[in-house]
Design a binder for this molecule. Structure first.
Ligand code: NAP
Ligand code: HSE
Length: 437
């Protein structure tokens, strides 16, 4: 069935008509003629699955397309299933059904891919169908195609990405507008950047899911979200921005993947990056990915990583690809090229970097000495140290900021554990990694 050539037109079943689904419908309507010439056949939406049939949709969405019954989508003899409902279920069941029935599948669902990506890719390959997922990472940025196709000849050494538009928007507004985290998050939600549950964004899970998807292609690795050490941006505050600036850095939320040969190192966290870094001025909701290939060297992709139309551009480009490969009699070609295996992961404690450390402490003699010797005993060497201000009241805390030389994270953690128990500490010591990217 999957080898069957499409008879005109290319029939699409769309699951979801929210931010992304609405954008897909608009983009297909706006570019109908152009897309027909690109595909070699018109794209025709047959059914659109939603939860609430009464809700207002984009004006281009025809009333007769709307259904709340998934069976009706499949009953329409579709060629391509486009999944933009998000979440694990019913998305997984419906995608598996489409694959079994020989339909091409396009999805923007990083949560699903982070849990079941390798298994779904295997299933699609076995059934000879395409599973395309450009929109799952970086919205409108063609990072998946770049890794899957353009860099298929190279060995990817590292990937550094700003891949959560909501976090990047919040950090940019906190740095430039000096607004609080809560105000900036409210703005990101109002602009439609944040996930329905914004904790997925601000606690780093959305970015971690994207790193899992990237790791399949960049490192040929089966990675589950639970394998990735993740930190979000809730603890970053104005003081951190002020000191980052003073030391010559800015703060970005990064996904980082490195191929170390015998294993891979993956992590997601906020980091200080030099102000002159190519990633430092990728601001607001923009996403950016810096890929370093062994042959290619560095390659930077920047663009809009969220929102209806940028994301729709990726989804519709995938529809075009899937339709073309079916029309060309080679369904499943792109997905067959994705090969993954289990790869060992480097523990975070063994990863080496420089660190920005912050201790909110009592302002009294001997405190700096104890911090310095705590770090020294763990083998952590200090590059710079600043104490700002004076306590007005006896119980007031003052911040002590330290930049370390490069060392193992495990060593820094051990030092922070022991310093954190000192009576002069107000709250836990804080750590941000420095990425010299
Ligand atoms: P959204 O605005 O919440 O839309 C979800 C759509 O799916 C809605 O139309 C909803 O129906 C429908 N839906 C949800 N659960 C359903 C169910 N159980 N049965 C039937 N219909 C269901 O979400 P979105 O922002 O478009 O995101 C969709 C996917 O794209 C997610 O995987 C997301 O991670 C991914 N993505 C989003 C962006 C972005 O900028 N938003 C960017 C890249 C990737 P109702 O309208 O009736 O509620
Ligand atoms: N909530 C996501 C973001 C949407 O802020 O980047 C795009 O995946």
């Amino acid at each position: 069935m999957s080898k069957e050539r499409i008879k005109f037109p290319v029939r699409i079943g769309l699951l979801g008509c929210g931010t992304v689904g609405g954008g897909v419908i608009r983009l297909i309507a706006e570019n109908q003629e152009y897309l027909t010439s690109r595909v070699g056949a018109p794209l025709e939406i047959r059914r659109v699955l939603v939860r609430d049939a009464e809700k207002d949709r984009v004006p281009e969405c025809r009333r007769e397309w709307i259904t709340t019954a998934a069976d009706e989508v499949f009953a329409k003899d579709i060629d391509v299933l486009v999944e933009v409902i998000g979440g694990e279920e019913p998305a997984k069941t419906l995608i598996e059904r489409a694959i079994r029935e020989g339909k091409g599948v396009v999805t923007a669902n990083k949560l699903l891919l982070a849990k079941h990506g390798p298994a779904l890719v295997r299933m699609a390959t076995e059934h000879g169908v395409d599973l395309a997922f450009e929109a799952s990472v970086g919205g409108g940025i063609p990072i998946i195609r770049t890794l899957r196709e353009a860099l298929t000849s190279d060995w990817v050494e590292s990937v550094h990405g700003i891949l959560n538009g909501t976090c990047n928007y919040i950090l940019t507004r906190m740095r430039d507008g000096k607004v609080s985290f809560d105000v900036a998050l409210g703005e990101a939600q109002a602009k439609g950047y944040a996930e329905a549950d914004p904790t997925l964004d601000v606690d780093g899970h959305d970015a971690a899911q994207k790193l899992c998807v990237i790791s399949m292609l960049a490192f040929g690795a089966n990675v589950h979200e639970s394998d990735v050490p993740v930190e979000g941006i809730r603890l970053v505050d104005q003081l951190d921005f002020r000191f980052a600036e003073r030391f010559g850095y800015t703060i970005k939320h990064l996904v980082i993947g490195r191929d170390l040969g015998d294993r891979i190192a993956l992590r997601v966290h906020p980091a200080l990056i030099p102000k002159h870094s190519v990633l430092a001025n990728i601001d607001g909701v923009l996403n950016g990915v810096l890929v370093v290939g062994r042959g290619l060297g560095p390659c930077l992709l920047v663009g809009r990583g969220a929102g209806d139309m940028p994301t729709a551009v990726s989804v519709v480009a995938d529809i075009v690809d899937v339709a073309r490969s079916k029309i060309g009699g080679e369904p499943g070609l792109s997905t067959r090229g994705i090969q993954t295996q289990d790869r060992a992961l480097a523990p975070l404690a063994e990863v080496t970097s420089r660190f920005y450390l912050r201790f909110d402490v009592e302002d009294r003699p001997g405190v700096l000495g104890k911090i310095a010797s705590g770090l020294g005993e763990a083998g952590v060497s200090i590059e710079q140290m600043v104490q700002e201000g004076r306590a007005v009241e006896v119980d007031d805390a003052v911040p002590v900021l330290i930049i370390t030389h490069a060392c193992r994270e495990g060593a820094v953690r051990a030092a922070l554990d022991s310093i954190g128990r000192e009576v002069f500490m107000h709250g836990r010591p804080r750590l941000l990694r420095i990425e010299d990217v």
